[in-house]
Design a protein around this ligand. Structure first.
Ligand SMILES: Cc1cc2nc3c(=O)[nH]c(=O)nc-3n(C[C@H](O)[C@H](O)[C@H](O)COP(=O)(O)OP(=O)(O)OC[C@H]3O[C@@H](n4cnc5c(N)ncnc54)[C@H](O)[C@@H]3O)c2cc1C
Length: 373
């Protein structure tokens, strides 16, 4: 395993820790249209079971990552979003999603937020501490015989005979097969792969350990929460009484990530009890959007396989993809895969969307705000 930086340096070590068992595809028919009947059944099943799969993996390898399956609340930012979310939840329940509706006083009891009247609960959802999970998985891989090389960016991949030669500035590796799992950090190693995804920049703020009294004012039963806005809000209680609150930011033209002020405004509205606590930490990272909002599995050359594009739901889905990539390398046939193997296609208007990222984010935030009035 070669990583340009370190285990968990990418989104896997710095994410919101929300284990959300659902693709960001609103309705089953949208998924069916995108992948066809055969893949629809399998992809619906693995995605709706993805949280169970993650928690089972954590148990099997004894990974200490503060894993909690206390449920995920997806709350509605406006009546129109509520109607859409309810129709979608009912439709997914026909495939075993197990979503429940939570309203009014009951919702406020579980969130302790005055900002939402309705929501959908997924009891299968939960949370993990992301860096601990990434490191725990790496330890499990090492114990199974894997060798992990950090600070080893692969600069070229060339076919030599029946094998691939991967070059880094520290040395070379000859490999039978190559697996690319670079998601939002995908570079030019495989032609066209970077252009097939749109990088987006989720951002987060967190507190130090709060007092029991302070942390008790949000999410008392340990649910995770996210909302239906275009510029999604998500939050959870971290290990040791920390509060973690996230949203979507933007890449500043001269470096660094913007959007921290938005998060502080949102905290004040959503969890007013935490308005005055010190949000000492701010960070973000890169994720990969795909045009159809579905993770992509590619086989661009013999012996090369790539899985990416989790559209912000990668905590659970990247592990599903990891399993599928491994099974495929071990000989699994197309008839067993939950993802179709698709050609690498460019993401339409990617350049324009990247250049206008901060404007686009401000525009979407304005639309969300208007809808909330
Ligand atoms: C701030 C933030 C919050 C998020 N919150 C959530 C959440 O709450 N729930 C959820 O489901 N998802 C969330 N996500 C998304 C989720 O974290 C990702 O979808 C998932 O971690 C992707 O995992 P990955 O292993 O495919 O990629 P990553 O973890 O991003 O890893 C990619 C790795 O590829 C390496 N790499 C790139 N190019 C090369 C090269 N040429 N040679 C060697 N190595 C290379 C990088 O160094 C990096 O370590 C969030 C993401 C971020 C950034």
């Amino acid at each position: 395993m070669l990583d340009a930086k370190d285990v968990g340096w990418g989104a896997s070590g710095r994410n919101g820790g929300q284990v959300n068992p659902m693709l960001p595809v609103e309705r089953p028919e949208h998924l069916r249209k995108a992948v066809g009947d055969v893949y629809f059944e399998r992809l619906a099943e693995v995605s709706l079971n993805s949280a169970e799969e993650l928690f089972e993996l954590v148990r099997r390898y004894g990974i200490a990552c503060d894993a909690r399956q206390n449920g995920w609340l997806r709350v509605d930012h406006c009546p129109a979003a509520r109607d859409t979310a309810r129709k979608a939840a009912k439709a997914w329940n026909a495939f075993g999603a197990g979503f429940e509706f939570v309203d009014g006083a009951e919702l406020r009891r579980r969130t302790r937020s005055p900002a939402y009247d309705t929501g959908v609960l997924s009891a299968k959802g939960g949370a993990i501490q992301p860096l601990s999970l990434a490191r725990g998985l790496a330890d499990a891989a090492r114990k199974a015989g894997a060798r992990i090389f950090r600070n080893a960016p692969v600069s070229t991949a060339e076919r030599t005979g029946s094998r691939w030669k991967l070059s880094t500035d520290r040395g070379q590796i000859l490999a039978q097969s190559v697996v690319l799992a670079t998601n939002g950090y995908t570079d030019g190693l495989i032609p066209g792969l970077a252009r097939s995804i749109l990088p987006v920049y989720p951002i987060q703020i967190a507190t130090d350990a709060l007092s029991d009294e302070e942390i008790g004012t949000i999410l008392p039963e340990g649910h995770t929460i996210s909302d239906t806005k275009r510029m999604i809000m998500y939050a959870r209680r971290g290990p040791g009484n920390q509060a973690v609150f996230g949203g979507i930011g933007f890449r500043r033209p001269f470096g660094g990530l913007g959007g921290r002020r938005w998060l502080l405004q949102d905290v004040a509205r959503i969890f007013p009890s935490l308005r005055r606590v010190a949000w000492r930490y701010f960070w973000g990272g890169r994720i990969a959007l795909t045009a159809d909002r579905i993770p992509h599995l590619h086989e661009p050359a013999p012996g090369v396989i790539a899985g990416l594009g989790y559209n912000g739901r990668g905590v659970a889905m990247s592990l599903v993809m990891g399993r599928v990539l491994a099974e495929r390398l071990l000989g699994a046939g197309l008839e067993t895969l939950p993802f179709p193997i698709s050609p690498i296609r460019p993401f339409a208007f990617r350049g324009t969307q990247r250049a206008g990222s901060s404007l686009a984010m401000s525009w979407m935030r304005m639309r969300d705000t208007l809808e909330m009035r």
